[in-house]
Ligand binder design. Structure first.
Ligand code: NI
Length: 227
């Protein structure tokens, strides 16, 4: 399942983020690349734990916690602190699958990546190339969203960022461990939840059909969720 979450950040927040990121110290993305990724990763990123990354990351996480579409789609258990990357001058990231297990620095906690997310911080017309291409059961989907929008996709998918041949592409990326690890089960719950919410807007809250559907949602969640 691939889901776009629009307007996670406002225009004012974006301006503030971009000013801080443009002035930040960027380092080679190879620092956090695994053995295979070293061959295909060509970008810059901010050092984990060094400002402004932690402060901006916390603001993104706060936004996600309060975003009903994100919560419904991801059913998050924990989220890796957001990273920030920058692609320019032909920078790209060849086809790869994200690491399954990610230690969260300084916490002793290791997160299983079920979902990956890219929050676009540059407008599409600021750069050429830089598409996020995600391989799925129906072929390759190319994603290039307006600044402030986020795409959520299964961490198990093969994906790449095509070379940026003009301008710069700045984005934030993060990984989510879901309470429902299986993408198929999580997708069913998402579809059901979205339908219940849509019906809830037109039916009274005590409508027996709505109550029964809501019961099905929670009882499936009870079966599939791990906390
Ligand atoms: Ni990746």
């Amino acid at each position: 399942m691939l889901i776009a979450i629009e307007n996670l950040l406002t225009a004012d927040e974006l301006r503030e983020f971009r000013a801080l990121l443009d002035a930040a110290r960027w380092e080679d993305g190879l620092k956090t690349a695994g053995a295979l990724a070293r061959e295909v990763k060509r970008n810059l990123q901010l050092a984990d734990g060094e400002e402004p990354a932690p402060a901006l990351g916390k603001r993104i996480l706060r936004r996600l916690e309060h975003n009903p579409l994100f919560v419904s789609a991801a059913l998050p258990l924990r989220i890796h602190p957001p990273r920030f990357n920058r692609y320019a001058d032909g920078g790209n990231y060849g086809a790869h699958v994200d690491s399954a297990l990610m230690p969260i620095a300084g916490t002793g906690v290791t997160l299983r990546s079920d979902l990956s997310a890219t929050l676009f911080l540059s407008e599409p017309d600021e750069y050429e190339g830089g598409e996020l291409q995600i391989e799925g059961p129906f072929g390759v989907q190319a994603v290039k969203l307006p600044a402030g929008d986020m795409v959520l996709y299964p961490s198990s998918s093969l994906h790449r960022v095509t070379p940026v041949t003009r301008g710069a592409r700045v984005a934030s990326i993060m990984w989510i461990e879901s309470m429902v690890p299986d993408d198929g089960e999580r997708t069913l719950l998402f579809d059901l939840d979205q339908s219940i919410q849509a019906l809830g807007a037109t039916l009274p809250a005590d409508d027996p059909k709505l109550l029964r559907l809501s019961g099905v949602y929670h009882n499936l969640l009870r079966r599939w969720a791990r906390t």
